[in-house]
Design a protein around this ligand. Structure first.
Ligand code: SAH
Length: 339
């Protein structure tokens, strides 16, 4: 329809096109944002993987639809740009969030390659969506309530040593990890290698949740442990959540503590522990820790000893000790929220 309009009224041919990178969430209409639905509704052209187009079938009737298979991502971006240059509004659909292992990156790469800049008449809008890690976490409890990261085990575009180094680094640093693209028909060994790297740093009974097809028809959730996760049923539609050293599973819920127990007595209704204050850094927070470090150093511990004791690089310990203590004093004493 829009095409006819453009032909009938040549002035409209100058109307700039637009590319909308739409994250549609995990795969149920209920978990799609209003803006995502509106963007698809206002598009002239909808481009995406067949499964996702089916999900929004009610919105795409009468529109130009370009269905692409999984491996045609660059093609999708090129098609989007061609349509937008022709004055159309294009919705490029990604599952989850378009910027998380999705179409946003390849689209900008294609755009920049073609000489596009942000002040080009073709506008780009990125519409955020709940990524698999948000959806999968919500289904299993609260596993991401402390520092976490995402690693994709896909070696289709990333060399294995790069992936392995990242796995090793985050396993050592005790992050909760969401593994995307953990396994496919052809890629079966990656998850075994990931397990091996993690077991070098984490306990075998570290909780692991495997969520398959979150918020989709074949949704399936399995709780297991690090030492047996590779034996579980894992596929292309699974996300693997590996807990940190404090993560636990209770009553079917995987929880990573936020750290309240470091400061409050959780049993007696929340009185602060000795030496701790609500709204202030922990006694082992930066300032408290610096005092400890200075004291240990003054008592004769050398840099190497302190580095080993605090599991931090020696040059960082040295630089920290070289800085006068009051340089770290807070500028204002306003209280902070802990949530
Ligand atoms: N852009 C997407 C990720 C695409 S990469 C997002 O933000 O979620 C594809 C990987 O995402 C899959 O291999 C799987 O690990 C994960 N994934 C996507 N949808 C999922 C779902 N509904 N349930 C579980 N994992 C999912």
């Amino acid at each position: 329809m829009n095409q006819e309009l453009t032909q009938a009224a040549p002035a409209d041919a100058a109307a700039p096109g637009k590319i909308m990178l739409v994250g549609i969430g995990p795969g149920s209409v209920d978990h799609m944002t209003q803006r995502a639905r509106a963007a698809i509704a206002e598009a002239d052209v909808v481009i995406g993987y067949v499964t996702y187009i089916k999900l929004v079938a009610d919105l795409v009737e009468g529109k130009e639809i370009i269905r692409k298979s999984m491996t045609e991502e660059l093609d999708r971006a090129v098609s989007a740009l061609a349509s937008a240059r022709a004055g159309k509004k294009v919705a490029l659909i990604s599952s989850g969030d378009a910027g998380v292992y999705g179409m946003a990156g390849p689209t900008f790469e294609v755009l920049f390659q073609s000489g596009w800049t942000p002040d080009d008449e073709v506008q780009v809008e990125i519409i955020p969506g709940a990524s698999a890690l948000n959806s999968c976490a919500a289904l299993v409890g609260a596993p991401l309530t402390h520092d976490f990261c995402a690693i994709s085990l896909s070696d289709l575009l990333t060399p294995w040593p790069t992936i392995a180094r990242r796995l090793d680094a985050v396993a050592m640093a005790d992050f909760v990890v969401a593994l995307y693209n953990p396994k496919s028909g052809r890629r079966t060994r990656q998850i075994v290698e990931a397990q091996r790297l993690f077991l070098r740093h984490r306990r075998p009974d570290t909780p692991v949740a495997i969520v398959k097809s979150a918020y989709r028809r074949r949704e399936n959730i399995v709780f297991t442990t690090l030492d047996s996760m590779a034996d579980a049923d894992i596929g292309m539609l699974s996300t693997v959540l590996i807990g940190n050293s404090n993560t636990f599973v209770r009553n079917g819920l995987m929880v990573t503590p936020r750290g309240y127990a470091n400061k409050y007595d959780m049993e007696d209704g929340g009185s602060t522990r000795d030496g701790e204050k609500a709204g202030r850094s922990l006694s082992t927070g930066l300032l408290g820790w610096l005092e400890t470090l200075q004291a240990e150093h003054a008592a004769g511990a050398d840099i190497a000893t302190l580095a080993a004791r605090h599991r931090l690089p020696a040059d960082y310990i040295q630089a920290t000790l070289d800085e006068p203590l009051d340089a770290a004093a807070p500028a204002s004493a306003t209280e902070e929220s802990e949530a």
